[in-house]
Design a protein. Structure first.
Ligand SMILES: *Cc1c(COP(=O)(O)O)cnc(C)c1O
Length: 393
């Protein structure tokens, strides 16, 4: 049964926006695998005409997403970047996006290589200090693109402070909430205009689907985005919508366990002589620890670190020797992943720019999964030990 408005988060994950199938009573939302819908007479139908425009499985997911992000409207796209692409189409040539200088590589590429030639300007700035963001706003700035925690440096920016500034200047604020998931933070409640997700990550949660989503409160902007969803057509299929709906039912359990496991992993890294820097917002000496505590329920399952021997070779030795941490791009699934941003997710960002934000050659990023933490700890300790013995040889 659909969740009541005041229901808490886990209840919203399982029930938010959902009700049993009106036709059959099926408790789980059916996969409406159809491209078109019968009409009684021309123009007389049950609310669905063609599946690019609408599909009941997608509608259920969109309503569920709105519930878990505490927004009015949810809109799904075929990937996180397709969601971003549609959000950027709200802008006009000459408009400028101010984005965080420590941004998901694909977002950087979309802004610079795809929208740049169409006259949408973007600048990448340090958003950790809100005063700096305010200083950087120009007369053309129309959108603030916020990521927090950032990828892969796990920087934290103060959502409430930045959305207050964007409101003062009449700028649309967008928060890419992929890393935190709505279990950890709900940017709309902190003043954001638009929340964006790569649902491929924590929302789907099982590394078996690619999808994006946008959640917002403003009806006029929502209408524009529904229009674009249909007009540009980057829609997800019903099977994928079903998978993400199913993923969200355990979002709170998965993210909670990932947070607990990450905390233990960080302790192991702190006690290892090979490790140079650890990036994790749960550390008390993380420069924005207090803000993370203020705006997040817990500190997430993402941990980055680099090595005292700051070379790709040293990092490769570690990554080659893990067993459960699978070397792969992406994050947010039940299984633990290990990755090398400089050569993988962030390869499209110039090296100078990478180094200027601390993204060194040996930086390793972990997406801590929900396995038994003892197994993850011994896996990582073993891989670090193997890297030492190889470097001694
Ligand atoms: C993966 C990711 C994206 C892009 O999403 P896709 O589903 O891969 O298109 C955007 N932002 C962040 C933070 C991501 O991790």
């Amino acid at each position: 049964m659909s969740a009541k408005k005041d229901a808490n988060f886990a209840t919203q994950c399982i029930h938010g926006g959902l009700s049993p199938d009106p036709q059959t009573g099926a408790v789980m939302t059916p996969i409406y695998q159809t491209s078109t819908y019968a009409q009684e007479e021309p123009g007389k139908h049950k609310g669905y005409e063609y599946a690019r425009t609408g599909n009941p499985t997608r509608t259920a997911l969109q309503d569920n997403l709105a519930a878990i992000e505490k927004g009015k409207f949810g809109i799904c796209f075929s990937s996180g970047l397709a969601a971003m692409d549609n959000v950027l189409r709200l802008l006009q040539p000459g408009d400028e996006v101010l984005a965080s200088d420590d941004l998901y590589g694909g977002s950087y590429r979309l802004l610079t290589a795809v929208f740049g030639p169409f006259g949408i300007k973007s600048r990448f700035i340090d958003m950790r200090d809100p005063a700096n963001v305010e200083r950087e706003i120009s007369k053309d700035t129309k959108m603030l693109w916020i990521e927090t925690p950032t990828n892969p440096m796990l920087n934290i920016v103060d959502i409430e402070a930045l959305t207050a500034i964007s409101k003062d200047h009449g700028i649309i604020s967008v928060v890419d909430n992929t890393f935190a998931s709505p279990y950890l933070q709900q940017p709309l409640t902190l003043g954001a205009d638009i929340v964006l997700h790569s649902a491929t990550k924590y929302l789907g949660g099982h590394s078996d689907v690619v999808m994006g989503a946008v959640i917002l409160n403003d009806e006029e902007t929502a209408k524009k985005l529904y229009y674009l969803q249909n007009a540009a057509g980057a829609v997800p299929g019903p099977q994928d919508c079903f998978l993400v709906l199913r993923g969200i039912k355990t979002l709170h359990l998965r993210v909670q366990r990932a947070c607990e496991n990450a905390r233990q992993i960080v302790k192991v890294l702190q006690n290892n002589d090979l490790v140079a820097n650890i990036y994790y917002p749960g550390l008390e000496d993380h420069p924005r620890h207090e803000i993370a505590k203020k705006q997040m329920r817990d500190f997430g399952g993402m941990v980055s670190f680099d090595l005292k021997e700051d070379t790709l070779e040293a990092a490769t030795q570690v990554m080659k020797n893990t067993h459960y941490f699978t070397l792969a791009e992406s994050l947010g699934g039940v299984e633990s992943l290990i990755g090398h941003p400089a050569s993988m997710t962030h390869a499209s960002i110039p090296r100078e720019q990478r180094l200027s934000v601390g993204l060194t050659d040996s930086l390793i990023r972990l997406s801590v999964g929900v396995e038994d933490v003892e197994d993850l700890v011994s896996d990582l300790e073993g891989a670090l030990a193997a890297a030492v013995s190889t470097s001694v040889d």
